[in-house]
Write a new protein. Structure first.
Lengths: 197, 810
């Protein structure tokens, strides 16, 4: 039960990463916080509360505040935590999309309670998100740095400057890389021409 | 695509973008040299680059909202048809369910998206387990728990059809008393949870519902935690993900530190503050809120029980100034307030009984000695006769025979026993103990010293140690008592009752030092040492009950006193004064808990025993009358209280004469009741007589004169006669400074009172010096009276305000 979070060998070599990656309880908590932050964010959006200015950035910051005292997290730098939080956010959302997709196709186990009465009725981005996830995996094989960049920026709300610091590249390089990755991913997700190569 | 091809694609992509749009296609065709797929790839990316509104450009929150859509009304769970969503938290959704067969309603909580992480499942399960253990009328309880076919856990709770506490109070426009009584129900629920070792951690008005019957129900133990597991998983607790509500969360909660009872006390304080709003302004309730929500957890109420008790007291209109001036009162000291008057008043009888006891013991011990029983018995008989008859066989026991006279005679008689140092030492010790109980500490000390010179036995070392407690030399007291204990252990056979007695004495000293935990451990050990000695066991448990009382563990104190009561009733009989003594303590527990009617009942039972044992016209009976009267005052039956106190004064006068400290003490009670009835002239008359008696008895120099003077000042203060009050408080303070250690509680209280008269006269700078001086001393006490701290703090605030206003005028 639960989502698995995985790290590359490069990531595990980063200071503090191995500690967190090996701490199942800490990761569980990270998922738990991430999920509840996402849910909070979604419910605020639903209410169209003008006072709420929640973004992935604030979301990740909140998660950071909530988890900062976890021993496994405490060893990490702020930036590295955000990087992991972005990964967790991605995993949670993808897991949600996968489950929704399965329910929609009737593949999920029968439920007495149906949480969403509008299942299937309203266009949702679950398939698009699943495609993005797969494409990000392919991008990671082509250029891990760019995959990390997209993950951090889209799922983790990291600022440009933060990403360039995290990856040890100039901001100009970062922007160039981002533009190419964005275009390529969009092409992968495009309904007609995407060849998935 | 491999990395090198991707590199090439990107280079071409950027180079093409650097060109004018018209030149790109031609450039790509040339650069790709027949690799049409490559050209198409780059071209497609250029096309995408122009397009906005891609998935990656959308804010994540939109994506999240899409995926984690709010629940709609579902159908059925188990036997329940689901009607609507009652609430939605981070963890799960709560539905209103109706049983198709019975029509009964329930709240059903379902964990949302259980698959996200085992941590969520675990937390949900913990909530369910917690709730299962909380069966209380003010807690919405657990009815059932199960899983949906897909493994999603849910549980069924009692459905509370009610309003949020604050909304309810505002809708019915509840008066303060109603709000406080509702709040007390919340306290009871939280207190119960704490007794089950559960901390709620998210107490706030929206988690407290009030039904149409006015019954409070505490909800949502979603982030509650078992205290036991706090220890076991200390780390997990600190790191536990925090889902509390910041407005009601304690500072340590916000800081993510480990949490305990104090956290809930804080939240309760915040709830109370919100509930009272403007109604708390400036008064005792504001101070209660402040204490409950103190930044420093250690300075909050130590338990929800303590918080509730203060509210209880407030509701019972327990007068703020009623406590500190009682004769013999010491902050938080049970013995002083409740037992000692009995002992001191009964000294004529008990002192004599003690003396006789000494000699009977002595007699028994000497039975086998060479001196011979007859000679010994004769000597003792003579001693007793001389003691009571003052050498005049014709006159019989004198009516005005005072304890002091008796003791004086006893000392003379003892001096004549110089050929028997052991007996003489024992007599000196006993007489010293009587002096000690009379408050004549110097005489007591000199008698103990004499006893030690003659025969250094552990009992005397212990007695001296306990005297040091009265002299407020606690370090010395502990040293002596430990020495006595070691001596007893070394010289007496194991299991000798004196060893346990010595251990009891150590418990008492630790208790005086405020080291309640250590005192409890020592006295627990005493109780174990007692074995089959039931009388001894009762004594140790009696002391243990006292420590628990001081530590604020009223239920434990009550339970122990009940045990002592049972033993003494069985061993000594129902009508024994030792039984009455325990009844007095049980009354004191009820009094502290604010159950004044119950307190009255206990004191009446004790009084009946004392009356039967000592007769109607006996000082102990007078003390019993006083105890009942105190309970009556809090029940607002002040007329009845006054009647009993007049009887008590009459008894003391007839036994001790018009000018005797016992009479003064009874007058003090009478004066306080007059104060409570706002009869200031009557109060002044009582306190004035009290001052006169003490002046006469103590030749113009004794701290009790200060106390009487201060009480008289209080009567003037209440009447607004500030100049007169000021003069009296200054006199009292001077007397205290002459007769007491510099940091004595009485000095603190006198300074605070003096400060208040100065404040009333708008002499702010002078007032500030006195009040803050008193406050500082008060803070250094082992267990400072909350009442006094509060009243000093309130005065200081008023003084500051006055000073600012004054500045603003100038």
């Amino acid at each position: 039960m639960g989502i698995e979070i995985s790290f590359s060998a490069d990531e595990l070599a980063l200071p503090g990463f191995a500690g967190l990656a090996g701490d199942r309880a800490a990761l569980d908590q990270l998922f738990s916080v991430t999920y509840e932050e996402l849910r909070r964010l979604a419910s605020i959006l639903k209410r169209r509360d003008p006072a709420a200015s929640l973004s992935p950035t604030t979301l990740v910051n909140e998660a950071w505040i909530k988890l900062a005292r976890t021993p496994a997290v405490a060893q990490l730098s702020d930036l590295h935590f955000k990087r992991i939080a972005a990964r967790a956010m991605r995993q949670v959302l993808i897991a949600a999309a996968r489950k929704r997709n399965a329910d929609k196709r009737g593949a999920g186990p029968g439920m007495t309670v149906v949480f969403d009465e509008s299942l299937g009725g309203v266009p949702s981005c679950d398939e698009e998100l699943l495609a993005l996830d797969a494409a990000l995996d392919r991008l990671a094989k082509m250029n891990p740095r760019q995959a990390l960049m997209v993950e951090g920026r889209f799922f983790g709300g990291l600022e440009g400057a933060e990403i360039s610091e995290l990856l040890g590249i100039s901001e100009a390089t970062m922007l160039r890389d981002w533009r190419a990755a964005r275009a390529w991913l969009a092409q992968q997700l495009a309904p007609v021409n995407g060849d998935g190569q | 695509m491999d990395s090198s091809r991707w590199e090439r694609v990107q280079r071409l992509f950027h180079e093409a973008l650097d060109l004018a749009p018209g030149a790109r296609e031609e450039y790509l065709g040339r650069a790709c040299e027949g690799d049409a797929a490559l050209a198409a790839e780059v071209w497609a990316m250029i096309e995408q680059d122009r397009k906005a509104a891609q998935l990656l450009d959308r804010p994540l929150e939109e994506v999240a909202q899409d995926l984690l859509r709010a629940p709609a009304t579902p159908g059925q769970i188990g036997a329940y048809r689901l009607e609507r969503v009652l609430g939605e938290g981070g963890m799960g959704t709560v539905f209103l369910g109706v049983r198709a067969d019975l029509g009964s309603r329930a709240a059903i909580k379902v964990l949302r998206d259980a698959w996200i992480s085992p941590a969520r499942r675990e937390r949900f399960g913990a909530e369910q387990r917690t709730l299962a253990g909380l069966n209380h009328p003010n807690i919405a309880g657990l009815l059932d728990a199960d899983m949906l076919p897909d493994g999603t856990p849910y549980f069924v709770m009692e459905y509370v059809d009610g309003e949020h506490l604050d909304a309810y109070c505002n809708r019915v426009d509840a008066i303060r008393e109603t709000r406080l009584k509702l709040f007390l129900q919340v306290c009871r629920a939280v207190q119960f949870a704490h007794q089950q070792a559960v901390i709620h951690r998210d107490i706030k008005p929206s988690n407290i519902l009030v039904t149409s019957d006015g019954v409070v129900k505490l909800l949502d133990f979603g982030i509650a935690r078992q205290l036991e597991s706090l220890d076991r998983e200390a780390e997990a607790t600190r790191t536990a993900v925090r889902f509390f509500t910041p407005a009601y969360a304690s500072p340590e909660q916000l800081r993510g530190e480990s949490l305990g009872v104090a956290t809930d006390v804080y939240s309760l304080g915040a709830v109370l503050r919100g509930l009272l709003g403007d109604q708390q302004a400036g008064g005792d309730l504001a101070v209660v809120c402040q204490k409950a929500t103190h930044e420093d957890a250690a300075r909050r109420y130590s338990s929800v029980e303590a918080l509730a008790r203060d509210i209880d007291h407030y509701l019972a209109h327990k007068p703020l100034e009623a406590r500190p001036d009682r004769l013999g009162y010491r902050a938080g000291k049970f013995l002083r307030r409740n037992r000692e008057p009995v002992i001191a008043a009964g000294l004529v009888a008990m002192g004599t009984i003690a003396l006789i006891a000494v000699f009977l013991i002595q007699l028994r011990a000497e039975r086998n000695s060479a001196l011979g029983e007859a000679a010994r018995a004769q000597r003792i008989q003579r001693f007793m006769l001389n003691l009571f008859q003052g050498g005049d066989r014709e006159a019989g026991p004198a009516k005005d025979l005072s304890v002091a006279t008796l003791v004086e005679r006893g000392v003379k008689e003892a001096q004549a026993l110089h050929d028997d140092p052991a007996a003489q030492a024992e007599l000196y010790r006993t007489l010293g103990e009587i002096h000690q109980k009379l408050g004549n500490l110097a005489q007591a000390e000199s008698l103990f010293d004499s006893a030690l010179e003659r025969h250094a036995e552990p009992a005397t070392v212990l007695a001296l140690g306990l005297l040091r407690v009265d002299q407020a030399k606690l370090a010395e007291a502990e040293r002596l008592v430990r020495q006595g204990l070691a001596q007893a252990r070394a010289t007496l056979p194991a299991g000798h009752p004196l060893i346990a007695d010595a251990n009891d004495a150590l418990g008492k000293v630790l208790e005086e030092k405020g080291e309640y935990g250590a005192a409890i451990a020592v006295l627990d050990e005493s109780a174990r040492m007692r074995g089959k000695d039931e009388t001894g066991l009762a004594n140790s448990l009696y002391e243990l009950a006292n420590v628990h009382f001081y530590a604020g563990h009223y239920s434990q104190s009550q339970a122990l006193n009940e045990r002592v009561l049972a033993i003494r009733k069985r061993v000594d009989g129902e009508a024994h004064p030792g039984v009455a003594e325990v009844l007095v303590n049980l009354g004191a527990v009820q009094q502290e808990l604010g159950h004044y009617a119950e307190a009255e009942q206990f004191h009446r039972k004790a009084l009946a025993i004392h009356q039967a044992f000592y007769g109607d016209q006996h000082p102990v009976t007078a003390s019993g009358l006083t105890m009942v009267a105190r309970a009556l005052v809090f029940e607002k039956k002040t007329d009845e209280a006054r009647g009993l106190l007049l009887r008590a004064v009459g008894i003391q006068e007839s036994v001790f004469g018009k000018a005797h400290p016992r009479v003064a003490s009874a007058l003090n009670e009478l004066g306080n009741v007059a104060m409570a009835r706002n009869r200031y002239e009557e109060a002044r008359a009582a306190f004035t007589r009290m001052v006169e008696i003490y002046r006469e008895v103590y030749a113009g120099k004794h701290y009790l004169i200060g106390i009487a003077t201060s009480n008289l000042g209080n009567a003037y203060l209440r009447e607004g006669e500030n100049a007169k009050a000021e003069k009296l408080f200054r006199e009292a303070l001077a007397m205290f400074r002459e007769t007491l250690p510099g940091e004595h509680l009485n000095i603190a209280i006198a300074r605070i009172k003096l400060g208040r008269t100065l404040l009333r006269q708008k002499r702010y700078a002078e007032a500030k010096a006195e009040t803050s001086g008193g406050f500082t001393i008060l803070n250094k006490q082992v267990a400072p009276s909350v009442t006094w701290l509060q009243s000093a703090r309130a005065d200081l605030a008023e003084i500051e305000q006055g000073m600012r206003r004054k500045d603003a005028v100038h």
